[in-house]
Write a protein that binds this ligand. Structure first.
Ligand SMILES: NC(=O)c1ccc[n+]([C@@H]2O[C@H](COP(=O)([O-])OP(=O)(O)OC[C@H]3O[C@@H](n4cnc5c(N)ncnc54)[C@H](OP(=O)(O)O)[C@@H]3O)[C@@H](O)[C@H]2O)c1
Length: 190
């Protein structure tokens, strides 16, 4: 059986998934893992079989890791797919680079997830997936902060997308919200 395609992100209460300059500081320099109860975090990671990551998200992660080793601490070690038009310098043998059609990329990564969920990381990549009706679930960790500015949950161009509430759970200092995406054939705003 195939797993779900899940857009998974932490978000400030005012709807930003990163601050200005792609800062991932959601208050006090705390890592995401520190906001969420360890059991919940581990359970979500254990349900994840693969990740599909946008190039900018990857670069922000690399920058964080360079500035503070260990700061990207998601407990996941499965197949990782990077969507990019440019080669990585130096190449990274732990990654598979995909390019072009988003539907084909999602199918490849979901297949590699081996029946578990595929996590979609990156606002642009998530927007492409939502517009093409490829997303089953949106999972948001709402963090207790108003950032005021930064990277919005979704980039311009996404039409109204109706969601169905699945669950809402308080987890340490975060609130985990899950929504099922009602499928639409084409959600692009021209
Ligand atoms: N809060 C959270 O949980 C969370 C989670 C994930 C990301 N983020 C944040 O979101 C921001 C990044 O999101 P973003 O929207 O700026 O960028 P993104 O979605 O991470 O990456 C977009 C880039 O990926 C490449 N790409 C996308 N689709 C492609 C395709 N079909 N074929 C080939 N390459 C493709 C392109 O890069 P090239 O053309 O340059 O190769 C594109 O510019 C960062 O600030 C990150 O920290 C937050």
């Amino acid at each position: 059986m195939s797993g779900k395609v899940v857009v998974n992100r932490c978000m400030s209460l005012d709807g930003f998934i990163a601050g200005p300059g792609h800062s991932m500081d959601f208050g006090g320099g705390r890592a995401l893992a520190d906001f969420v109860a360890p059991d919940d975090f581990a359970e979500i990671a254990a349900a994840t079989g693969a990740m599909l990551v946008g190039r900018r998200t990857w670069e922000v992660g690399e920058r964080m890791e360079a500035e503070e080793p260990g700061s990207v601490d998601y407990p996941f070690s499965g197949p990782m797919f990077l969507l990019t038009h440019r080669p990585l310098e130096p190449p990274n043998p732990d990654l598979t680079i995909l390019t072009g059609d988003i539907e084909a990329a999602v199918a490849t990564a979901l297949d590699a997830a081996g029946g578990k969920n595929l996590e979609i990381l990156g606002a642009d990549v998530a927007g492409q997936c939502l517009r093409r009706g490829l997303v089953d679930e949106v999972l948001v960790y709402v963090l207790p902060v108003l950032l005021g500015d930064g990277i919005h949950f979704s980039a311009p161009g996404l039409a109204m997308t109706e969601l169905e509430p699945v669950s809402s759970t308080r987890s340490r200092d975060a609130t985990i919200l899950r929504f099922h995406v009602r499928k639409q054939s084409d959600q692009t705003v021209e």
